[in-house]
Design a protein around this ligand. Sequence first.
Ligand code: FPP
Length: 275
Amino acid sequence: MTTFDITNSKQSEEDKALQEALKASGAIPEHIAVIMDGNGRWAQQKGGLRILGHRNGVASVRDITESCAQLGVKHLTLYAFSTENWGRPEEEVNGLMKLLVATLESEAETLRRNNIRLVTIGQCDRFPADIQKKLDEVKALTADNTHMELCLALSYSGRWDITQAVQHIAQKVAEGTVLPHEIDDDMISEHLATAGKPDPDLVIRTSGEFRVSNFLLWQLAYSEFFVSATFWPDFRRDELYNAIESFQQRDRRFGKLSKRHTKSIPSSVIRTLMS
Ligand code: FPP
């Protein structure tokens, strides 16, 4: 199994030039989150079992992680196993678990060498003990790394995340350390599994589906979306570059007026429009 490397000597001159052009043409998103979808349909098209799609999806995980690190993305979050995925046939769930362990084993040293920190969000305590142990080992091995954070959402769902945050805040209210009127956006963000991370700037979903699927529900409030028709096992860096290029052309207003408009419209007119 080949590994990824930020200083990969195998990186083509053409790819280097594409990355430089992308960096020059606009801001690189600080946080990219990916809903990796279409593994099952990819396998079905090849006449194979669903696990074949998941196995081939690992090559995409590697390519996207490597190219994000090379581009200077600081946070990459991958939706690798949702709370709902526990409801899949036992054979598929077990296959995914084995694949996770095998990938952690084969890629741990590469993550360490490339200064990438592995973290997780989700109910990892629902995983078998050997998987938790492997995750803890790789997290510890890479804990001091600073170039990029690779966050795997494992046994994760947005509703679970919000629920556990509400439970923790309610506990503090019951103990009298937080007053109800003190609860605000920032406090809720600080109690989510993603506490301390910036919200995703760009969310990519593969396989042509236009759904959020219980991903980072709170955190996606102002994220830009890019949907690719490609199934995840075929998704490679050329499509990542398309997604970033599209992101660079978006006019992010965060519910306000764009700079383009605020420059030309007198403030009195803006006040009238907003009233
Ligand atoms: C969704 O496709 C994908 C998953 C539920 C699992 C994603 C896992 C991997 C890419 C491999 C392992 C990842 C790591 C980080 C080691 P789907 O099965 O829902 O596809 P379908 O919609 O075509 O059925």
